[in-house]
Design a protein around this ligand. Sequence first.
Ligand code: ZN
Length: 145
Amino acid sequence: MFCICKFVAPKKEKINFLQMLKKGSKLNSILTGTCPRCQNESMYLDKNPLHFSKLIKMHEKCSHCGLKYEIEPSFFYGAMYVSYALNVALSIATFVVSYLILESSIKNSFISILVANILLFPFVLRWSRNIYINMFVSYDKKFKK
Ligand SMILES: [Zn+2]
């Protein structure tokens, strides 16, 4: 007998994963850098983290919901802790891949950790800010200013 469950099951998983990325989820705001409350616009002046001169320049408020991004003075200093955690996770992942999977020497593994941390620095910096502000502000569909 022909069974369609094989073909249906993976598709369902895919939809669930996509729902995690949908507007309204914290993951969406973290990955895209949009306002954590309304998710209608980017918090950053320049969406591209590779434009270094505007890497940490942010709008003062959201023009849609009026959320002030810097909730209190020097709010984003706290993102340093998130950044530290992200960098440790990145370093461990790089070490596992280079030393255990690619079987390179210990010296080359540490060089690859350094290279990965330098190359991903702008992304880690923005993700840590996004994660940090999402720890304090939740998505609110009905919010109007
Ligand atoms: Zn907003």
